[in-house]
Structure formats: structure tokens, C-alpha cells
Write a protein that binds this ligand. Structure first.
Ligand code: MEV
Length: 337
């Protein structure tokens, strides 16, 4: 058996706009998906998945690739998880030139599904790493990122950037602009995450932004303005000492840019009542800034606050199901055992 794990992420800046070639800066956070893979002696794939959401339902099912489980959990979440696992299996088979390889796969994750923290990318990245190693092939994190991107691209009908998968494979803070992906230095930012217990449909949300952008110049301008914010934000990070605690000045400026970025995402129609109310609760509790993270529609916000105030404020916010601190995950995909 091979066990690999990979982290989830938050977007400091740039989701959605990154799909249209603007830069984005996601940061890996210490919430991981762990995938255990054992090679079978037939070509079947059996999947067991636990704790696929923070609110803790447990899923156990089995089925061959392409089959769908019959379980008492929200079907779209299971559908989505199975789609990504299928795609990861195909990438591992292809990488090892083993088209008929069968696997027993077990997934454990403390990243809520479809909630903007990169759960699918983390499962795909860890799954490809574990399955290829089980087949005797060791890919570099960059190669895993590339294959994981192809898996996501396929599942999301061609509407995916490299940001989530690259960040999960490499860890730390990264910068993605089209096919140009690199890790960047960043100080340990004090991320606080608020989760509304829900999930967004990434494909539908990306399509919605695409429609707006195609119809209105001002929507296209909004997307490129997000790119401007990212470019300004990344220079702040580049000028900061990555080994020192972030200064108050840095947090204030980053927070201001996050607030601006959230406003533009809201204008593009990807926020929601609960995300907006968590963003406002975080700001009122004293966070330097707050924005939705990921595709939106529901799920998580990310705020910057080194004190406990934002987490406490969010916990008392109607619509917020959980609030927690998330450390920057400096390690990306890794072999656990
Ligand atoms: C989803 O986590 C982030 C989006 O920008 C889509 C993508 O980059 O693939 C909305």
C-alpha cells in the first residue's frame, strides 16, 4: 500500500480571473487529503472515502471506474469526488503505461468538498502520487501538478486553470499565470477561514463569469482589474521578509486588496449571501481584509487576522458553520507511508 497526502489552498487573490490568463496567488494551507492506494490483481477500482466534508459525513462505497455508488449522502458531492478520482486513476495508468491497472483506493480528507479550499485538487494530486508510486513510477511534484491539471481540466469540461493543482502539488504560496507556474516567497500569513457548510458548482460558476465577460466590456474589465490587484499584491509579498512575522503595514495593504478583490468577485456574481455575511463579520471583528476563496457560490471565505477575534466573530455569525485558523502548508504533495 502507498499513502500520499496533499494540501488544500486558499486564494489570496485571483480566482476566476486566472481562467482568462490573469495571474493568481493561491496559498497551500494545512488541511490535507490523504489517499491510500493498493494495487489489485484485476482491473477494478474500489473506492472508500471518509470525512469528505468538515461537517463530517462518512461515505463508504465501492465500484469500478465509471460506476456510481448508492449512498445516503448529497449525490452531487459524491458524483464530483468520484469524477476526480476516476480522472486521477486514468492519469496514473497513463503515466505508468499500465492501462489495465486496478486499485483499492481509500480517501480521507479534512478539506470540505467543493467549498473553495481545493479539495478536488488535493485528492487528485495525492491520488496520482500514490497510484503512480504503487505502479513503481515516481513523478516529480511538477509532473504530478501537470497530470492533476489535465485530470481537473477533463472533469471540469475544459474550464480549469493550473492554480489549484499546482499549489497543492508544490505547497507554499504560488503564482500562476496561464501555463507559467512558480512558487513564490511569502511570510506566514494569519489566515482565518469561515465555512458556511455549503458548496458551489465550480463549472456553473466559471461558465457564469464567462457569459458575463463575453456579453459586457465592463465585466471583461472587472476580470482584468482582478489581475491588476494580483500584480500589486504580489509585489507586496515580494518585498516582505518571508522569515519574519508579517508587518501590520503588509497585512493592512494585503487586506485592502483582498476586500477589493471580493467586491469584484461579488460584481461577477460568484458570491452568495452567506459568503458576504461572513466577509462582513470578519471585517467587523477586526480582520485586515476578507474575501471569498475559490469558485464561490457557497463554501469558504478567507480573512487575515493574527488575533482570535475574527474566528470568534465568525462563530457567532448566522450562516457560518465553522471557523478555523489555517497555517500556510510549506510542503505540497508528500509520501506518508
Ligand atoms: C476554483 O478553485 C478556482 C477557479 O479560478 C477555477 C480555476 O482556476 O480552475 C474558479
Amino acid at each position: 500500500m502507498t499513502v500520499s497526502s496533499a494540501p488544500g489552498k486558499v486564494y489570496l487573490f485571483g480566482e476566476h480571473a486566472v481562467v482568462y490568463g490573469e495571474p493568481a496567488v493561491p496559498c497551500a494551507v494545512e488541511r490535507r487529503a490523504t489517499v491510500s492506494v493498493s494495487l489489485r490483481d484485476d482491473d477494478h477500482v474500489r473506492v472508500r472515502a471518509e470525512d469528505l466534508s468538515l461537517n463530517g459525513f462518512t461515505v463508504e462505497y465501492s465500484g469500478s471506474t465509471g460506476g456510481r455508488p448508492d449512498v445516503d449522502v448529497p449525490a452531487p458531492l459524491v458524483e464530483a469526488a468520484m469524477g476526480y478520482i476516476d480522472a486521477a486513476v486514468e492519469q496514473a495508468r497513463d503515466a505508468a503505461d499500465a492501462p489495465d491497472a486496478g486499485f483499492d483506493i481509500s480517501v480521507e480528507s479534512d478539506i470540505p468538498l467543493g467549498a473553495g479550499l481545493g479539495s478536488s485538487a488535493a485528492v487528485v494530486v495525492a491520488g496520482i502520487d500514490a497510484a503512480t508510486r504503487e505502479l513503481g513510477v515516481e513523478l516529480t511534484p511538477r509532473e504530478i501538478a501537470d497530470r492533476a491539471y489535465r485530470a481537473e481540466y477533463e472533469v471540469q469540461d475544459g474550464q480549469a486553470s493550473r492554480a489549484d493543482t499546482f499549489c497543492s502539488a508544490m505547497g507554499g504560496a504560488v503564482r500562476v499565470e496561464g501555463d507559467d507556474c512558480k512558487t513564490i516567497d511569502a511570510p506566514a500569513l494569519p489566515f482565518v477561514i469561515g465555512f458556511d457548510g455549503g458548496a458551489g458548482d465550480t463549472g456553473a460558476l466559471v461558465s457564469g463569469v464567462r457569459d458575463l465577460r463575453d456579453r459586457y466590456d465592463f465585466a471583461a474589465d472587472t476580470v482584468s482589474t482582478i489581475g491588476d490587484i494580483v500584480r500589486r499584491g504580489e509585489t507586496l509579498l515580494a518585498d516582505a521578509d518571508p522569515d519574519a512575522d508579517p508587518s501590520e503595514e503588509l497585512l493592512s495593504e494585503l487586506g485592502e486588496f483582498m476586500n477589493f478583490n471580493h467586491g469584484l468577485l461579488e460584481a461577477l456574481g460568484v458570491s452568495s449571501r452567506s459568503l458576504d455575511s461572513m466577509v462582513w463579520a470578519a471585517r467587523e471583528a477586526g480582520a485586515y481584509g476578507a474575501k471569498l476563496t475559490g469558485a464561490g457560490g457557497g463554501g469558504c471565505i478567507v480573512a487575515l487576522d493574527p488575533t482570535p477575534e475574527t474566528q470568534t466573530g465568525l462563530r457567532f455569525t448566522p450562516g457560518c458553520e465553522d471557523a478555523f485558523r489555517a497555517e500556510l502548508a510549506t510542503e505540497g504533495v508528500r509520501l506518508e507511508e
